[in-house]
Design a protein around this ligand. Sequence first.
Ligand code: SF4
Length: 314
Amino acid sequence: MEKLKLGVSTCLLGENVRYDGSHKRDKFVCDVLSDFVEWVPVCPERDCGMPVPREAMRLIGDIDNPKLVTNKTFEDKTPMMKSWMSGKLDELEKENLCGYIFKSKSPSSGMTRVKVYNAKGIPEKKGVGIFAKAFMERFPLLPVEEEGRLNDALIRENFIERIFVYYRWQQVLKEGTKSAFVNFHAAHKYLIMSHNQTATSRLGRIVAALNSTNLSELQTQYFEELMKVLERKPNVKRHCNVLAHIMGYFKGELTHDEKEEILEVIEEFRKGLIPLIVPVTLLNHFVRKYDKEYLKIQVYLKPHPSELKLRNHV
Ligand code: SF4
C-alpha cells in the first residue's frame, strides 16, 4: 500500500520554524506514523513570509473572526496571512490529503481552544488558529486532529481509523464505478456499526438507491453522512455488539468450546480486563479457520496497520 498523505504543522516534524527558532517534534508523528504517512508540512507563519525567529503573536478581538497581532509591536499580520492562505489552500486541494495534524494552542495552527484576547487583554480559550479555521472550512470532511489530543488512545484510534477510511474512499472515487462504491459499503458494514448501529442501514439505503445516473450525487451524500458517523467514537457497548454480530455470522460452525472461548473473551473486554485487540484477534483466527469470505473483507477486523498497535490501548 502506498503511503497516505497527511498535512502537518511543520514544527511537529522537528523543524526549527517556531517564533523562537525552536521546534515541537512529536514522537508519535515522527517515530510511529512516519512509516505509513507521506507528510505535507505547512508552517503558516514561516510560509507566508515571516522570518524565523520572529516576534510571538496572539489572536485578538472577535472569537469567530479574530486578528493575528504581534505581542509587543501590535503589528496586524492578518492581511499577510490571509493573502497567502487562499493560494495555499488551492495548492493543498491538489495534494489529495487524507487528514491533517495541527499544532495545538497556536494562533495560526491550533484547532481548538486557542486563546483569543479581548480589548482588556483577557484571554478566552475558545478560538481556532487563523490557518486551521480556514483549512477546516475549506475541507470540512477531512479528518483533522491536534498532536496533544492524539495522546488520548480513543481519539488517536478514531483519527487513524478515519484517515484510512478517507484513503480507501479516494480509491473508490478514482475507480468511479458502482461496484467499487457497493463493495466499499459492504466492507465497512461492521466498522460503521461500531460507531452507530442504525447508520449501517441508513447508509445502506443510500447505496441501494443507486441507478445509472446518480452515482456521483449519492457518493457525495454517502460520504458526508459516513464521515459524520465516524467522528463519534465507538464505546465498549457498541464494540461488544459488533463482536457478537460477527460471531453470529459463523455460530453454526463453531464448536461448543470455541463459542465459549469467544464469549468469555468478549465479556473480559466488556469488563475492561483486556483490550479490543484480543477479541478481534480471536475472531480473525476463526474467520480464517472457517474461511468466511464476507468477514475477511470486513475493515472492522483490520481498520489500520497492526504495527500502530492502536487497539492494544482501547
Ligand atoms: S504552530 Fe504552526 S505556525 Fe507555529 S511554528 Fe508550528 S507550524 Fe509554524
